[in-house]
Design a protein around this ligand. Structure first.
Ligand code: SAM
Length: 274
């Protein structure tokens, strides 16, 4: 068991616990969706429907790698695929098991370390490939797929080596690595524009709620609990500086729609093992 296997992703937990989202991807918006969390939920359901349309007809078995809350797998099971799920995050495991049937095969590990014996017709990575080392991921996918199996990736990638969304993969490097590891790109669908309203909604929710609430907490502590504030500041000044940077610089930057359009592409990519 690797040491970081049990870590919770707190950013993703915010989307689940505070925004009450059912899934953890950016969704696919339509003009008719209301600009609310309910609209976002409709966009997420549409995203899943469109993603599943990318699956070739002969596919029967699927590994949902990075399954999040399991909502995509619920849909896959409804469509009669045989499904196993995988996710290293312990908090999301409980949520997923709540949504999925009791007898689902759940692998709590990183995909790069997948230790199951089964091989699959298709491995799905819905916004999870960005968390993996591409080379290790591609090797593991190749080993874990049946002959002529498919890898279906849905993710946002950087157009070039920019600072913006620095942790995301650079598209050309990602495609080259998969090619080197024996995958042929069969189909691409660009959904960038249909994901943009999620950034706009994120910005609105942040400005309307998160920012004023945080300011109230800080002001309250300053007025009523100066000693606690002082102690916390002393103990955690570096952490607080990080939180401040994240909330007031990084977050608004990440939610900038024009920058996203300029620097990123959100793609559905269907690869075939050659
Ligand atoms: C943005 S969420 C997407 C969740 C889900 N696929 C969806 O579309 O709603 C990213 C998911 O990848 C998972 N993840 C992170 N690192 C991973 C890894 N090394 N292997 C597999 N999954 C990973 C996270 O725990 C999380 O469930």
């Amino acid at each position: 068991m690797s040491s970081d296997k049990k870590k919770t992703d707190w950013g993703l937990r915010f989307y689940l616990d505070v925004l009450k989202l059912e899934s953890l991807h950016l969704g696919l918006w339509d003009k008719e969706d209301s600009f609310t969390v309910e609209g976002m939920q409709a966009a997420q359901r549409r995203y899943t429907e469109e993603l599943l349309k990318m699956i070739p007809s002969k596919v029967k078995t699927v590994l949902d790698a990075g399954c999040g809350t399991g909502t995509t797998s619920v849909k896959l099971l409804e469509e009669k695929y045989e499904v196993e799920v995988l996710n290293p995050d312990p908090y999301q495991k409980d949520l997923a098991l709540n949504n999925l049937p009791k007898d689902i095969v759940y692998h709590q590990e990183k995909f790069e370390e997948y230790s199951g014996e089964n091989k699959f017709d298709l491995i799905l990575m819905s916004e999870s490939s960005q968390y993996m080392d591409t080379s290790l991921m591609a090797e593991k996918a190749y080993q874990s797929l049946n002959k002529e199996g498919y890898l279906l990736v849905a993710d946002y990638l950087r157009k070039s080596d920019t600072e913006f969304y620095k942790t995301c993969k650079i598209k050309s490097e990602f495609l080259n690595t998969l090619k080197e590891k024996g995958f042929k790109l069969e189909k691409t669908k660009d959904i960038t524009e249909a994901t943009i309203p999620t950034l706009s909604l994120g910005k609105k929710l942040f400005n309307d709620f998160a920012d004023p609430i945080l300011k109230i907490i800080v002001d309250y502590m300053e007025e009523d609990q100066p000693r606690i504030k002082k102690a916390i500041s002393f103990l955690a000044s570096k952490k607080l500086a990080k939180v401040n940077y994240y909330l007031y610089e990084k977050m608004p930057d990440k939610l900038n729609e024009d920058k996203f359009r300029e620097n990123m592409e959100y793609l559905f990519l269907l690869f075939k093992k050659s």
